[in-house]
Design a protein around this ligand. Structure first.
Ligand SMILES: NC(=O)c1ccc[n+]([C@@H]2O[C@H](COP(=O)([O-])OP(=O)(O)OC[C@H]3O[C@@H](n4cnc5c(N)ncnc54)[C@H](OP(=O)(O)O)[C@@H]3O)[C@@H](O)[C@H]2O)c1
Length: 298
């Protein structure tokens, strides 16, 4: 089986290479900057195709030649989610909170995925695999280069100020579903190489913990107390989120979208109800304690 990874130089794209090869697949890469891949990763590929940008159609056509499956690992940028993925028409990059029950406008960034899904269903014979994973662990803890979800963007965890802090809405007992990028890549590779699986929506996660539970595991693992600051109820959060959305507008969505992620995750709307974590019992998932140990910067 030959799998093309588009955006192979990104956080998830790079982590997909080894698990796909372990399942016996050959891996082809397509991206702008070959130099971002370690030489041993580059050498292990069936081939690498250079592209100028997402609209480089000749490069895309050439890279698609003879492949059995395509995984899109483009970064989380609006024109990549909608325009670029429509141009590719394939297995989308949807390692997101579960947006399947959301309506338009609930989380504006996910409107692009809903539009993409609708367009594909109406105009293409391609049957995509959508994979939901909650939030990446690397993003939840705002590791450099993996997205910022700390209080500055209305996220939760703050390690940047020297001592660990969490700012939360609600009771602190609402659950977060969190998955490491490597667990995401391992599950994606197993699914794509499993010929018995049909297209559709799949759901996977490494941990399901409330912020109070995360803080308790952190304190146990590192022996450092976590300062917990409650900002208000989920109702208060809705009021603040609506106000910011109106004040700042859609073009500044990154500045207020952290609020809407929290509203729908803590309120349960994007909570994955049934997980597909029993599909591949051999897959080893990371433990939160081990992840924290591996990242002294958290
Ligand atoms: N649930 C979560 O918490 C969460 C968090 C983050 C991401 N995600 C999901 O995971 C997906 C992958 O994220 P990631 O962090 O792995 O992304 P990333 O590291 O930012 O990967 C970016 C990839 O996109 C390519 N790219 C960026 N701009 C491009 C352009 N204009 N034209 C062509 N290629 C371009 C990059 O290529 P170059 O090397 O050439 O720059 C790179 O290969 C996202 O799309 C999102 O759906 C989920």
């Amino acid at each position: 089986m030959l799998v093309l990874i588009v955006g192979i130089t990104g956080n998830v794209g790079t982590k997909l290479i080894s698990p796909l090869q372990e399942h016996g697949a050959q891996v082809r890469g397509l991206a702008r900057n070959k130099s971002k891949l370690a030489p041993e990763k580059l050498q292990a590929l069936e081939s690498f195709h250079d592209m100028e940008a997402w609209y480089d159609v000749p490069a895309i056509k050439k890279a698609l030649n003879g492949v059995d499956a395509v995984i899109c690992a483009y970064g989380p940028v609006p024109e990549l989610v909608l325009d670029a993925q429509l141009l590719l028409r394939f297995v989308p990059s949807a390692w997101n909170l579960d947006w399947s029950a959301l309506s338009f406008g609930a989380i504006v960034y996910y409107d692009l995925f809903l539009a993409f899904q609708r367009q594909l269903a109406m105009s293409s014979r391609i049957k995509p695999f959508y994979i939901f994973i909650g939030i990446f662990a690397e993003t939840f803890f705002s590791l450099p280069g993996h997205g910022v979800f700390n209080p500055s963007t209305h996220g939760v965890w703050d390690s940047a100020s020297g001592s660990p802090r969490a700012e939360f809405w609600g009771t602190g007992d609402e659950k977060w579903q969190i998955t490491t990028e490597q667990d995401t890549a391992d599950f994606t590779a197993a699914l794509i190489c499993d010929q018995s699986r049909t297209d559709g929506m799949y759901r996977y996660c490494s941990w399901e913990y409330s912020i109070k539970e995360i803080a308790a595991i952190y304190e146990l693992e590192k022996g450092i107390p976590v300062e917990m600051k409650r900002l208000g109820s989920l109702e208060d959060l809705r009021v603040v989120a609506d106000f910011c959305q109106q004040e700042l507008g859609l073009s500044r969505f990154w500045e207020w979208m952290g609020y809407t992620y929290q509203i729908h995750q803590l309120g349960g709307k994007t909570m994955m109800q049934v997980l597909d974590d029993k599909l591949y019992p051999d897959l080893k998932r990371a433990e939160l304690g081990d992840f924290l140990k591996q990242h002294p910067e958290i």
